[in-house]
Design a binder for this molecule. Sequence first.
Ligand SMILES: [Zn+2]
Length: 258
Amino acid sequence: MQTPSPYAVDTHCHLFLMDQEAGRVVSAAAAAGVERLVCVGIDPATSRRSVELAESFRGVFATAGMHPHTASDFDGRAGAEIEELLADPMVVGVGETGLDYYRRLSPVEDQHRAFRTHIALSRESGKPLVVHVRDAWPDAMAILAEERAERVVLHCFSGDAAHLAEAQARGYLTSFAANITYPGADSIRGAAAASAPGLILAETDSPFLPPQSLRGRPNEPGNVMHVLAALAETRNLTLQQMVEETSAAAIRTFPLLR
Ligand SMILES: [Zn+2]
């Protein structure tokens, strides 16, 4: 039996991209009941920075990877640096990796190559893969299957109920962000309502995507409570039940988060 956690988890934030001092942001999150933060690296330097933040602040953990936007920079040296960071116990996952055909800041072939290598690193390290998918669903799902990805978190899930069913049939976790609070987000809310209980996570993607009531301001990890409140509403649960459900799923997914 999984012990329910009394605290909330932000499974995806980028503390190193925030203007505010990290210590202040982490304390504000803890005061809001958010006691575990996964600071997600977007290249070797920010992955290393995330490890430093994890060593400096209680409750902060890191990932190591290269974002699809900069996949063209993913060379042998970057791969070796990321692989080295993955040996660190403060590094709980591999990524952020994936495919972004919306902004296409790196050529598609480079994105595929980097994504496949990250999946291999996830399999070798046993650490879950943190995946960004934008306008690239069929290719992302095909590559995840071809490379036999085992533990997958679809971050900032913005698909509809059909995408959700496809992901959950494979046991992938879907992590919801505060775009679920936006007026036009009926399909995301529909997907959240249809999610299987053990496969749902909450995140902020800070400093991006502030909740509707705070739009125009930079987002921060404590605001994951807004995501949890929206999830609770769509799923007809209390906030406390939603916190327990998502934190238990987060700890199962990222066992080093304890
Ligand atoms: Zn991100």
